[in-house]
Each structure stands twice: as structure tokens, then as C-alpha cells.
Design a protein around this ligand. Structure first.
Ligand code: NAD
Length: 254
């Protein structure tokens, strides 16, 4: 089950958090993994730790907001073989309502969270269509399914990721390419640590953030990575256009 030997995966934002856990999980199933991140120090650290554990990983620097950077990173990443699995994970967060969010904040969020997915996918898709083979997994969020208070820009971009996922899934369903997204609730990563710093009382904010999940805790990055491995693998061959909710019951009801 979930055997990925012989497949090559590229994970954006794999230098930290969910992306790192996903790269490690994909490599542990036999995939050759390309760690693609703008953070060279963390990206090379993750590639090295996968290699030390017996897997195969390389690092490629890219900024997902920059179309040229994406095209040249994908060109470098595919010199040794095509990409079978693309995980569009790189993303950033922001705290604010429409009153407290500047237009420039919304633009910055859009550039990374939406245009970033667009840029990297556009650079990868040609090769996938040619080979009639590919599984793309995008990181949306539970904030792409329901609204979250004080997360105006974030939710706006994550609803867009769900829309992008479903549209691409339809457009390429008969090209042998599947496109899905995962919608996590809160996950303990540096991303959440950064949000907490934006609050006057970070400890109270942590308790509040943990309590939004019905299970009363945040997820571990590995719990999201496991679902991504499933969607990347042939075991999920009949799933495309789906937005898989992994939110500890957050959106199940009150
Ligand atoms: P993280 O901050 O721990 O890691 C994000 C990684 O993306 C970093 O390595 C960073 O260098 C990289 N990155 C950021 N901007 C980039 C850019 N322009 N180009 C290339 N790389 C870039 O974040 P995380 O918590 O692991 O989140 C990963 C994804 O999961 C994001 O899309 C996020 O929105 C989503 N998500 C996170 C949570 C959560 O609670 N942590 C919940 C739902 C969805």
C-alpha cells in the first residue's frame, strides 16, 4: 500500500512544517523527492536528513511568486527525471479583518498562496500531460471551506485554492492527471507559531486555536502528510477534484 518507488515528487515549501513532514513521508514510501523552497538553509537541511535516513532527496531553490524562478527550478528539478507528484504546499498566513487588512497584505497573500500554486503547476503540467501521468495535491485549509474570524486574506486565498483544484481536476481528468487538495485545521508548525506572535496574549491565543478543533488539539504535521501520501499514491486513483477535510472535527458542527 502507498508504494511510491519509481516516482519523483516535488514539494514546495518543504523546508518546514507540513511540507517537511510530507517530503519525509513521500521519501519513506520510496519516492525521490525534490525539496523546493525559498529557504535554502532549511531546504538543504531537510534534503540531507532524508538522505541520512536512506531516502533520496535534492534541494532546489525557488520563489513560488516568481514565474521565471518556478520555470527554471522545475527545469533543474526535471533534468534527472520527470515529476509524477506535485505538492503545492508553500503558503503564508495573515491575521486581520477587512478593516485591518491592507490591500498590499491581500496582494502578498494572493501572490504566494494562489499565484504560487498557479506558477508551479503551470511549470510542471506540460510534462505530466505529455506522459499522461500525474498527481497534484494542493494545500488549501479548513479556511478554504468555512470562514474563519480575523483571517480575511487567508480565507480568501484558500477558497481560491479549492476553486483552482476543482477547475484543474475537471480540465485534466482525461489527461491521466488527478488534482486534489487537503484542508487541514490548525497544525503545530512554525506557521502557527508566527501567527501566535501577532496576538497580545500568545498563550491564550494558543488555547483558543487548539479549541477550534472538536478533538481539542492541533494536528501534528505527520497527520496531514499521511493524507497527502494517500492522495499522491495510486491507491487514490479514483479521487480527483476533492477537498479532503482534516480538521479534527472543526467544521463538523457546533
Ligand atoms: P510553515 O511556515 O511551517 O512552512 C512554509 C514553508 O513555505 C517554509 O519553508 C517557507 O520558506 C516556504 N515558503 C513560503 N513562501 C514561499 C515562497 N514564496 N516560495 C517558496 N517557498 C515559500 O507552514 P506550514 O504550517 O507547514 O504550512 C504549509 C501549508 O499548509 C501552507 O500552504 C498553509 O497555508 C497550509 N496550512 C497550514 C495550517 C497550519 O495550521 N499550520 C493549516 C491549514 C493549512
Amino acid at each position: 500500500m502507498f508504494e511510491l518507488t519509481g516516482k519523483r515528487a516535488l514539494v514546495t515549501g518543504a523546508g518546514s512544517g507540513i511540507g517537511e513532514a510530507t517530503a519525509v513521508a513521500l521519501a519513506s514510501r520510496g519516492a525521490v523527492v525534490v525539496i523546493a523552497d525559498r529557504d535554502e538553509i532549511n531546504g538543504t537541511r531537510v534534503a540531507r536528513s532524508i538522505a541520512e535516513a536512506g531516502g533520496t532527496a535534492t534541494f532546489v531553490a525557488l520563489d513560488v511568486t516568481d514565474e521565471t524562478s518556478c520555470a527554471s527550478a522545475i527545469a533543474r528539478a526535471t533534468t534527472e527525471g520527470p515529476i509524477d507528484i506535485l505538492v503545492n504546499n508553500a503558503g503564508i498566513g495573515h491575521v486581520g479583518t477587512i478593516v485591518t487588512t491592507a490591500g498590499s497584505d491581500l496582494d502578498r497573500m494572493y501572490a504566494v498562496n494562489v499565484r504560487g500554486v498557479f506558477n508551479v503547476t503551470k511549470a510542471c503540467l506540460g510534462g505530466m500531460i505529455e506522459r499522461r501521468r500525474g498527481s497534484i495535491v494542493n494545500l488549501a485549509s479548513i479556511g478554504g471551506i468555512v470562514g474563519i474570524r480575523d483571517r480575511l486574506a487567508y480565507c480568501t486565498t484558500k477558497f481560491a485554492v479549492v476553486g483552482l483544484t476543482k477547475s484543474m481536476a475537471l480540465d485534466h481528468a482525461t489527461d491521466g492527471i488527478r488534482v486534489n487538495c487537503v484542508c487541514p485545521g490548525r497544525v503545530e508548525t512554525p506557521f502557527v507559531a508566527a501567527r501566535l506572535k501577532e496576538y497580545a496574549d500568545p498563550e491564550a491565543a494558543y488555547r483558543e486555536m487548539a479549541s477550534t478543533q472538536a478533538v481539542g488539539r492541533m494536528a501534528r504535521p505527520e497527520e496531514i502528510a499521511a493524507a497527502i501520501v494517500y492522495l499522491a499514491s495510486d491507491e487514490s486513483a479514483f479521487i480527483t477534484g476533492s477537498a479532503l477535510i482534516i480538521d479534527g472535527g472543526w467544521s463538523a458542527g457546533k
